[in-house]
Design a protein around this ligand. Structure first.
Ligand SMILES: Cc1cc2nc3c(=O)[nH]c(=O)nc-3n(C[C@H](O)[C@H](O)[C@H](O)COP(=O)(O)O)c2cc1C
Length: 191
C-alpha cells in the first residue's frame, strides 16, 4: 500500500534545457502512487518553496554544467541552505541529482559530484541512478536508457545550437527513471 510522500525537485536552468530534464524527473516521480511533487526553480525560490523543501521526503537536485561545475545560480542556492546545514535540518532525507551539458561528457560528472557532496554535507542519503550503462555494445542503441553511462545520477547532453525541445529521448527517459526511482525509494523507506 502506498503512503503519501513528497518529492521536491530543486533545479536551475539558464536556457531551458535542464528545466525540461527536470520536467521528466517530475513525471517519473508522479508515476509512483501517493507522491506529491514540487518543482522548484532555485533562482526564483519563494518562502513557500523553502517550506516544501523542508517538508519533503526526498529532494532531487539538478543543474546545468557551466565551466565544469554547477551553475553560479545553483551555487547561490547551495549557500542559502547554510542555516539549514548548521541545524542539519535535512538529515536523512533522500537526495539524488541530475545534470546536463553541451558536450557528451562536458565534465558534467564533476557537477554531479558537487550535488552529491552538497547532499552529504546535509547528511542526506544519496540515491544512485540504478541503471547499467546503455549504448556501450556493438548491438546497443543511442536510445538505450542511460546512454551516457553514468551511475551517480541522471545525465543529459543538449546540443548547443538547439533548444530544449530537441533534447535526446534517452536522456529524458533517464531523467524520468530517476524521478520514479527516488519516489519508489521514498515509499520503501517510509513503509
Ligand atoms: C557559462 C556556460 C558555461 C558552460 N560550460 C560548459 C561545460 O563546462 N561543459 C559543457 O559540456 N557545456 C557547457 N556549457 C553548455 C551548457 O551546459 C548547455 O548549453 C546546457 O544545455 C545549458 O543548460 P540550461 O539550458 O539548462 O542552462 C556551458 C554553458 C554556459 C552558458
Amino acid at each position: 500500500m502506498s503512503r503519501e510522500i513528497s518529492v521536491a525537485i530543486a533545479y536551475h536552468s539558464g536556457y531551458g534545457h535542464t528545466a525540461r530534464q527536470a520536467e521528466f524527473v517530475r513525471q517519473g516521480a508522479e508515476e509512483v502512487a501517493g507522491t506529491t511533487v514540487h518543482l522548484i526553480a532555485v533562482d526564483q525560490i519563494t518562502d513557500e518553496q523553502w517550506a516544501q523543501l523542508d517538508a519533503a521526503d526526498a529532494i532531487i537536485f539538478g543543474s546545468p554544467t557551466y565551466l565544469g561545475d554547477v551553475s553560479a545560480a545553483f551555487r547561490t542556492f547551495v549557500e542559502k541552505t547554510s542555516g539549514r546545514w548548521m541545524q542539519q535540518q535535512w538529515k536523512d532525507k533522500l537526495a539524488a541529482g541530475f545534470v546536463n551539458s553541451g558536450a557528451k561528457s562536458g565534465d558534467k560528472l564533476h557537477a554531479l559530484q558537487s550535488l552529491s557532496v552538497f547532499a552529504a554535507q546535509h547528511s542526506m542519503m544519496w540515491v544512485s541512478l540504478g541503471l547499467l550503462p546503455g549504448w556501450n555494445k556493438s548491438t546497443a542503441s543511442e536510445f538505450d536508457l542511460n546512454r551516457l553511462g553514468v551511475w551517480l545520477g541522471a545525465a543529459a547532453q543538449s546540443n548547443g545550437d538547439q533548444g530544449a525541445d530537441a533534447m535526446h529521448k534517452s536522456d529524458l527517459a533517464t531523467a524520468e527513471h530517476l524521478g520514479r526511482r527516488v519516489a519508489e525509494q521514498a515509499q520503501r523507506i517510509g513503509a
